[in-house]
Design a protein around this ligand. Structure first.
Ligand code: NAD
Length: 498
């Protein structure tokens, strides 16, 4: 950690808050002057008000994005140029990481340690990685006879929309913006209404890096106004959405009701963490179990909230895991000693508390946690055991620190329970037997399986869901570019001359 709580407080107190929309290279208010409040969920206090973009602002941003796309100064530029600008942007994010991380922390209630890592390491690497891909993405030449040359080329999709969640505000923005810009698209970005500040700050760096006006537009606002206007717009070619399954469905409908834009969906989960009977319940496994459940206060799409444990190991697992849970420290997210921040809003905290109540009512056994008595929207890490897969707390994505432990007798039972869910984002499997590991990894119906460690993979590997966790689209890896590129065949008939 490279700063103290006092230093982070000083950065917070001196931060110059920019809370305007960013359209066609300029910061501006909404045409109707509308504003919304953003609240620090760790204190319940208003941080500032910010621009709430309406339909007219969305139209203006998309017109700018289309204009610059058609001009070709970004979309048809030499890829080396896009690479150079993205590398400059990566350096600027790195230089400004502390202020960006503090903005992220106060807006989202996330710990400063996580924010610094996500902004200063992960996001910077993302810009660098996609910058390097810009001039290394090739098309194909199809096999033909000598009288034809058949080229398969990849072209930017056009104007992209990015609709973002609040749980990793800056990182999710970068997951979309970096591949879209590398591909040559223009983009309109709608941050979640709870967490606009770090994404708006990014716009200042986008100007400084030299991204042409209109290529990136940031439109803060509500889902049912700003988000819907982007989803239904006839001049948006593709939307990349990260958020709940419920809203993901709406984007499919928006597409059908407008111009059939392509829709990439990254949505929720209810992922299993499976410990087979030959696993070692060592400190490493326990650390993975605790982070799989409680990282980011459980507000994580790939959180492993159904921990399915072989019966003979349950007692040892519970004892060690509860010890580890007691080490979590809730409190001021700007204190580097804090390891769990707050829930995002009061409504969300109340909803999570409602699930804890439901777990008690349906007969699960509350072992630890379940309280929310700090000021701000905090909830203690909460563990239930004797959870069965028909209980509400085992079926719904709670998106808070509520873990259910489920004992099983066999590997087959573990697989059946793990698979019995509407979601399919992630699974972890712990075993020392390589054959069992591979069998489980092959059979689990989800987009990422991590063996002997809780991991979402990294920038090089695609991330996305099966079933109601995702559509065919993937974020990360070279696969993310597919959301922002389209494929063209150029079929050239030739006359052999010798
Ligand atoms: P959400 O679906 O409520 O909101 C996501 C975005 O959609 C926000 O920008 C919101 O303003 C917008 N939106 C809401 N209603 C809309 C509407 N009617 N029309 C258009 N846009 C609308 O999700 P959230 O609460 O911000 O985020 C939490 C969810 O995100 C969880 O389900 C989590 O699992 C998921 N998530 C998934 C991933 C992934 O990569 N799979 C990553 C992070 C979060």
């Amino acid at each position: 950690m490279n700063a103290t709580k006092a230093e982070f407080h000083r950065i917070r107190d001196n931060a110059k808050l920019n809370a305007q929309a960013f359209i066609d290279g300029k910061f501006c208010d909404a045409s109707n002057g509308a504003r919304l409040e953003t609240i620090n969920p760790a204190t319940g206090e208003t941080i500032t008000t910010f621009t709430h973009c309406g339909g007219a602002d969305v139209d203006r941003a998309i017109a700018a994005a289309r204009r610059v796309f058609n001009e070709g100064i970004w979309s048809r530029s030499a890829p080396e140029y896009r690479k150079e600008v993205l590398l400059k942007l990566a350096n600027l994010v790195e230089q400004n990481r502390k202020e960006l991380a503090v903005l992220e922390s106060i807006d989202a209630g996330k710990t400063i340690t996580d924010c610094l890592h996500e902004v200063g390491t992960e996001a910077v690497n993302f810009f660098r990685w996609y910058a390097e891909l810009a001039d290394k993405t090739f098309g194909k030449v199809a096999p033909t006879g000598d009288d034809t040359l058949a080229l398969v080329v990849r072209e930017p999709a056009g104007v992209a929309g990015a609709i973002l969640p609040w749980n990793f505000p800056f990182l999710m923005a970068v997951w979309k913006i970096a591949p879209a810009l590398a591909a040559g698209c223009s983009i309109v970005v709608k941050p979640a209404e709870q967490t606009p500040l770090s994404t708006i700050k990014l716009a200042e760096l986008i100007i400084e890096a030299g991204v042409p006006d209109g290529v990136v537009n940031i439109l803060p606002g509500l889902g049912e106004t700003t988000g819907q206007a982007i989803g239904l717009h006839n001049d948006v070619d593709t939307v990349s959405f990260t958020g709940s399954t419920e809203v993901g469905r709406m984007f499919m409908r928006y597409s059908g009701d407008s111009n059939l834009k392509s829709i990439g969906l990254e949505m929720g989960g209810k992922s299993p963490f499976i410990v087979l009977d030959d696993a070692d319940i060592n400190d490493e496994l326990i650390e993975h179990s605790a982070m799989a459940a409680f990282w980011n206060g459980g507000q994580n799409c790939s959180a492993n909230m159904r921990q399915i444990i072989a019966e003979p190991l349950v007692d040892t697992f519970m004892e060690k895991m509860l010890n580890r849970v007691s080490e979590f420290r809730l409190g001021d997210p700007l204190d580097p000693e804090t390891t769990i921040g707050s829930m995002i809003t009061k409504e969300h905290k109340d909803m999570v508390m409602g699930y804890i109540e439901k777990g008690n009512q349906e007969g699960a056994n509350l072992i630890v946690g379940g309280n929310s008595d700090l000021a701000g929207y905090f909830i203690e890490p909460t563990v239930f055991d004797n959870v069965t897969n028909d209980m509400t707390i085992a079926r719904d994505e709670i998106f808070g620190p509520v873990l259910g432990v489920m004992p099983v007798k066999t590997m087959e039972e573990a697989l059946a329970i793990a698979s019995d869910t509407d979601y399919g984002l992630h699974a972890s499997v712990f075993t020392r037997d390589i054959d069992r590991a591979i069998s489980m990894a092959r059979k689990l119906p989800c987009g990422t399986v991590s063996v002997n460690g809780f991991s979402e993979g990294d920038i090089k590997t695609p991330f996305g869901g099966y079933k109601q966790s995702g559509s065919m689209a993937r974020d990360n890896g070279t696969e993310a570019l597919d959301q922002y590129l389209q494929t063209k065949t150029i079929w050239i008939s030739t006359q052999p001359v010798c």
